[in-house]
Design a protein around this ligand. Structure first.
Ligand code: S3P
Length: 445
């Protein structure tokens, strides 16, 4: 049985300055790229979570030495195609879609096989790596496009032209990592629907030959193979996805203020800020912008919102806010009017079917919604009152659903008691979530 929390009381007004743990996407990219660097790399502020630990364990199993120090993590990179792993090495990706989709990029040029496994949630998600890996000449054995799979690389990895039309940063990154391993100066072209671009930024920072042209919603990327980069040092900024729980907690709370310091503000990730500005514009401000390792960083100032506007965002924003939709839906519940979210079909393939799970949760708390395959209509109610007890089930260890439900329980009016299952799910991305929210005064049992 997974553990649950009980929330009986609303959070009292707070006024605090906080930081959130390191960005998960950047942390996992650091780990995988450090494994293929030549020599030692160091990361400060790497996220200490189950997904990142699974990634560290994965590179250790592939023969890379990892040193966990008090303030940093050091990885002794073996160079491109230098990983001395045994045939049929089993890698357990646990709950991490990013690790599952990216790891093929490290072994694509070896003739040895790796076996990928995952937890129950990951094992029901589409693996999506088969087609791009096959294109590069890599063999993948799978039953029905689900884990477990076996990946066997090749000595004859070839550059490709690939179209990534879903807006998946994970598949784009897999292609970038494979392209890096193709013969020297051979050119891979990736045409991809815009998605988070941390890998491209890191490649540029490491001087890996990459060229990107934006055309409308698409990025045309050209990357040359065979460029061996050296070990590097990275400071990982705070994760905007984790910060978002505190942004929404503050907006929905009464008479409260928060400053979240040193958060990654990469423009491919800040859809939550763009939408909050539309929903309750005067409640959020971004200050102290700077650039580190090619990534934008800033402090986010938030205060309680008085009013919430209904929104009808353009579907092109979807990849910029893909992990924050559950929170945006929650804000929409408090608006006066009907919000309409389109182009959100990708939510079906996350740690749980987030489209369905969110729609059901909103219905449970008394909000009218219309859910379709690719959209969600939410009929907001500024006077929303929850006076019955609510139990939130265990949704396949979906950390973001658990944390969103905690924010709802601590802020929405009414005397209903919330029982929220699956406390352990936070280990994937934000293990300190409950400790931090308690520091703001939340009573969670
Ligand atoms: C991620 C990309 C997104 C996101 C996930 C992390 C990444 O997934 O939902 O949490 O680090 O590249 P998709 O690439 O499937 O959209």
């Amino acid at each position: 049985m997974s553990k649950h929390v009980i929330i009986k009381k609303k959070i009292n007004p707070f006024n605090k300055i906080i930081t959130v743990p390191g960005d998960k996407s950047i942390s996992i990219r650091f780990i995988l790229l450090a494994a293929m660097a030549l020599g030692k790399s160091r990361a400060y502020g790497l996220l200490n979570s189950q997904d990142c630990n699974a990634s560290l364990k994965a590179i250790s199993k592939l023969g890379v030495k990892v040193y966990k120090k008090k303030n940093y993590i050091e990885i002794n990179g073996q160079g491109l195609n230098g990983l001395p792993f045994k045939n049929k090495t089993v890698i357990n990706c646990q709950n991490s879609g990013t690790l599952m989709r990216l790891i093929g990029g490290l072994v694509c040029k070896s003739k040895k096989t790796i076996v990928l496994k995952g937890d129950q949630s990951l094992s029901q998600r589409p693996v999506r790596v088969i087609e791009p890996l096959n294109h590069f000449g890599v063999n993948v054995k799978s039953k029905n496009n689900k884990l477990p799979i076996e990946i066997t690389g090749t000595n004859f990895l070839r550059p490709i032209e690939y179209k990534e039309l879903k807006g998946s940063a994970q598949i784009k990154t897999l292609c970038l990592l494979c392209a890096l391993n193709t013969p020297k100066d051979s050119v891979t072209t990736i045409i991809s629907k815009s998605s988070r671009n941390h890998t491209e930024k890191l490649f540029k920072h490491l001087k890996i030959p990459i060229k990107i042209k934006k055309k409308g919603q698409y990025d045309f990327i050209k990357i040359k193979g065979g460029y061996q980069y050296s070990g590097f040092v990275q400071k990982i900024p705070g994760d905007i996805s984790s910060a978002s729980f505190f942004i929404c907690l503050t907006l929905l709370s009464k008479n409260s203020k928060i400053v979240i310091k040193n958060v990654n503000m990469n423009k491919t990730r800040t859809g939550i800020i763009d939408l909050v500005k539309k929903i309750c514009s005067s409640s959020i401000k971004i200050k102290n912008k700077k650039i580190k390792n090619g990534e934008e960083i800033a402090d986010i100032y938030v205060k309680s919102a008085k009013k919430f506007k209904a929104i009808n965002p353009d579907p092109s924003i979807s990849s910029k806010v893909i992990d924050e939709y559950p929170l945006v839906f929650l804000l929409a519940c408090k608006s006066s009017g009907k919000s309409f979210f389109k182009g959100i079909g990708e939510l079906v393939h996350k740690e749980s079917n987030r489209l369905k799970v969110c729609a059901n949760f909103l219905r449970q708390i008394g909000v009218k919604v219309v859910e379709k395959k690719d959209s969600l209509k939410i009929y907001g109610n500024p006077n929303l009152n929850i006076n019955k007890n609510i139990t939130v089930k265990n949704f396949m260890k979906d950390h973001r659903i658990f944390m969103m439900a905690c924010v709802a329980a601590l802020t929405l009016d009414g005397n209903g008691i919330f029982k929220i299952n699956d406390k352990d799910s936070i280990k994937s991305s934000f293990p300190s979530f409950i400790t931090l929210i308690k520091k703001l005064g939340a009573e969670i049992n």
